[in-house]
Design a protein around this ligand. Structure first.
Ligand code: PLP
Length: 366
């Protein structure tokens, strides 16, 4: 069978390894597996949200409200934008897909940093677009502006803070890029981890309002990380009406399930949970910084719910990640991003205890 030529250069997305795989392949008992690989919220979903999900189980026969009125209303109040400026996706991933399909063709190029969220490339390649990357893994203003001026890409992706490295651009730097780009180019500002960055340092806080005066920007957010709902698949895009109305033409009906919609509406109201999650994270990430310093491991200053440990030539990240895996600890090896590094999602206190213990043994630190 002949598939589209555009598919030839696409590599399958490599998701964080599931707990089930470690149980199957290494015989680690399920309750001993520690998964710190997919940037999930270690607190689990909020109790209030769990109750709502249970309550809605009896309504699973009904399609959800396809207008998503209540969720858009909640987001519109939170961010002080109109409901007509909001699109809801099955994860912000689906918004990325809508954007790609709405804008790109074979003649277009897209610009992103050297090491960033893998799905930007996959969705753009599905449309046959050319991928341009800056030389550095950090988002650097001059590198973005130089490549933008040379190629006039159709989309510029700013991942703030960036996955899988954890670093972030300051709001003022992001604005410098956004303002330099003309109206023919869409700037995607992917803020999947913004709750963590904003909590850490207000100089890194970007809100949709800060960028929406410009006609060619879309802000992406998600319930998958700080709100603890990765498995429910709910994300959003916020932009001016023209952009939103056009990308919504790509949306299938009922793209969010009845349970997911109810869960997201409740999650938005549960501010106590969000605060609790951010506090736990802030306490626990300090332990990772201390551990790294004490053991001479370099790390990237993180504005997200994970930390990236960079290894020197005496170690191999794949080797470290595999040895941890055999011991039931799942982290993300960044070798496929050409970084000799591992990305570790910050877990609960006890999960982190296990990580430190196992990592010390695997790296022979004691
Ligand atoms: C997790 C993540 C997303 C979106 O995840 P969804 O679960 O699809 O909402 C988007 N961008 C980045 C950089 C992420 O890390």
């Amino acid at each position: 069978m002949k598939f589209n030529d555009t598919l030839k250069s696409i590599k399958l997305y490599e998701a964080g390894k599931p707990i089930e795989l470690v149980v199957r392949e290494f015989g680690v008992p399920k309750e001993n597996v520690v998964k710190l690989a997919s940037n999930e919220n270690p607190l689990g979903p909020s109790k209030r949200v769990q109750e709502v999900i249970c309550a809605y189980a009896s309504k699973a026969n009904l399609y959800p409200d396809d207008s998503m009125y209540e969720l858009k209303d909640g987001l519109s109040k939170k961010f002080d934008v109109a409901s007509s400026q909001i699109a809801i996706g099955a994860g912000s991933d689906q918004i990325l897909e809508f954007i790609s399909r709405a804008l790109l063709s074979k003649e277009d190029s897209v610009l992103m940093s050297q090491v960033t969220f893998a799905m930007y490339e996959i969705y753009a390649k599905q449309m046959g677009a050319t991928i341009l990357r800056t030389p550095s893994y950090e988002h650097k203003v001059d590198e973005f502006l130089k490549l933008y001026a040379e190629h006039k890409p159709k989309i510029v992706y700013l991942c703030i803070p960036n996955n899988p490295t954890g670093d972030a651009m300051k709001k003022s730097d992001a604005l410098e890029i956004i303002k330099a780009v003309d109206e023919e180019t869409l700037v995607v500002v992917d803020c999947a981890y913004m709750e963590y960055a904003a909590y850490k340092d207000s100089a890194y806080k970007i809100e949709p309002k800060d960028i929406l005066e410009l006609p060619n920007v879309i802000y992406l957010g998600t319930f998958s990380k700080a709100y603890g709902l990765g498995g429910m698949r709910v994300g959003y895009g916020i932009a001016n009406e023209e952009i939103i109305q056009n990308i919504l033409k790509m949306r299938p009906p009922f793209n969010i399930s009845t349970l997911s919609l109810a869960a997201a509406i409740e999650a938005l109201k549960d501010e106590v949970y969000l605060e609790q999650a951010l506090k736990l994270h802030t306490e626990q990430i300090k332990r990772y910084e201390t551990f790294a310093k004490e053991n001479g491991i370099k790390y990237i200053e993180s504005y997200t719910n994970f930390i990236t440990y960079l290894f020197d030539d005496s170690r191999n990240s794949s080797d470290v990640a595999n040895k941890l895996l055999q011991r039931g600890v799942i982290v993300r090896d960044l070798a496929s991003y050409k970084l000799n590094a591992i990305r570790i999602t910050i877990g609960t206190e006890s999960q982190n205890d296990i990580l430190f213990e196992q990592l010390s043994e695997v790296m022979d630190l004691k």
